[in-house]
Design a binder for this molecule. Sequence first.
Ligand code: OXD
Ligand code: MN
Length: 599
Amino acid sequence: MNHPTNNAFVLDWLNDMAAMTQPDNIVWIDGSEEQAAGLRAQALASGELIQLNQEKLPGCYLHRTVQNDVARVEGRTFICTTKKEDAGNINNWMDPAECKAKLTKLYTGSMKGRTMYVIPYSMSIVGSPFAKYGIELTDSIYVVLNMEIMTRVGYNVLDALGDSPDFIKGLHSKANLDESNRYIVHFPEENTIWSINSNYGGNVLLGKKCFALRIASYLGRKEGWMAEHMLILGVTYPDGQKKYVTAAFPSACGKTNLAMLIPPKALADKGYKVECVGDDIAWLRVGEDGRLWAVNPENGFFGVAPGTNEHSNPNALHTCMKDTIFTNVCLNTDTNTVWWEGLDKNPPEHAINWKGEPWDYRKYDKADKVNTSGAHPNSRFTAKAVNCPCLSPAYYRPEGVPVDAIIFGGRRAKTAPLVYQSTSWQNGAFVGSIMASETTAAAAGAVGVVRRDPMAMRPFVGYNMGDYWAHWLEMGVRIPHAPKIFHVNWFRTDDEGNFIWPGFGDNLRVVLWILDRCAGRVGADITPIGYVPKAEDIDIEGLDGITVDTVKDLLTVDTDAWLEDVENIKAFYAQVGERVPEAMYDELAALEARLRASK
Ligand code: OXD
Ligand code: MN
């Protein structure tokens, strides 16, 4: 067979993987629209894709996964380093040789009767100093078509790679989608990812979580840069000045919404504009100017559909109105269009739910969403970045954007104030390490169950969490003009459990305070946890129902709640284990001492 590359490392590996999986054919993916159209036609014929109304949703398709394969599977995700302690206590670990032996049995013959697709792809712009290359082998057309949206696919990647061994080897097989043999495993020491028995995006689009976070975080530590679970947002001031922030929130806490926000009228009237550079992943490097620079290594958005609407995120809604693959949403059979919970208040009369069954919206029960909703709660859209109305021109810049502020955030009903600023890079890294989200009554029944999710990276660090924190601390020393680090919480509730802060576009008001702090334009009050705004410095012009007193309330620091949190943090640090840097324990002790002194 003719290969589009002579790279011996690529060809030898491909031969080995093909010998194991035994596909009938091997097809190289060249990135052309012509080839993609042929694959779509095959997927339509097999039922893997359903064509949607091409007038209303041009280039859009629907895919349904099997019912037990609808989300990332953290319990079956492994980091296979030679030494267990290098993966750490927060990751699942398997010995690399044992893991390969076990999975080899599952992969053997798994592609018999199928085609193996070879996808050369780039994370970030091909040829740019940030770019890293990968090749994914897969037996899923769905994966090929999604990868063509989410990454930059084509033979130019092979040209850029030349005869180098420096690429990430990804092997994916749907096999027979057997849940009990589903594995997502990473060999960071060998630049290798193996995924089997799933066909759900987060487990199988290997460029995303597997490469751009787990493997890249490992490489970042080795090479002196950072791979983070962060959106990248640009703010343009009325005088034309542009500033950029990155923000890390746990999954499903509104990163895509913040990344694409529309300024509230009062701020839009003053001339503020917002642009999206990325919604999920940032790769960060120190620039020649001594600042931290960020790129979005992806080429599309793999967004959660439910809750996306004209109010929460009109830009995302417009982005997915064309060239989009929807997964596990509800099909309106009258119009052949899609619907999901929270899209609008008009569920379709005639519909097929995410399971592929006729659906009656009258039977919807909030307490049993998975079984009664039209769209699965984790249903998704895979949409092209170029179709986003607020995509930043800086998205196309190989060098990325300079970062003024890093924002951490969680979903905390009471503890965290609307916003606070750390007192130094080290203190900011500590703030990231203690990030947490709480379940609320609305979401899960039990209020106040805290899940610690450091830097929103708990499921995505490709090595020991303690070493990851040490890397954060080291990076602070290496960045002469480091961004300032903040923490936000949009989710404080009143005594009835209602959110106090309006969120969505109005979050820009908080981002502007953050940028004012970075520019030294505004003062703040020091508290035991860090700097908190003076309530009158948050611009609330045009905001209904929110007064300076409401903002004051949102900014209070509840010492007792924080002291309780300190105990929870101690337990988490103990779980992370021996490699927690001393400096983090110093920060924790100092926080506790300040809280006690303030009582
Ligand atoms: C996630 C995602 O789970 O981005 O974080 O899909
Ligand atoms: Mn994510």
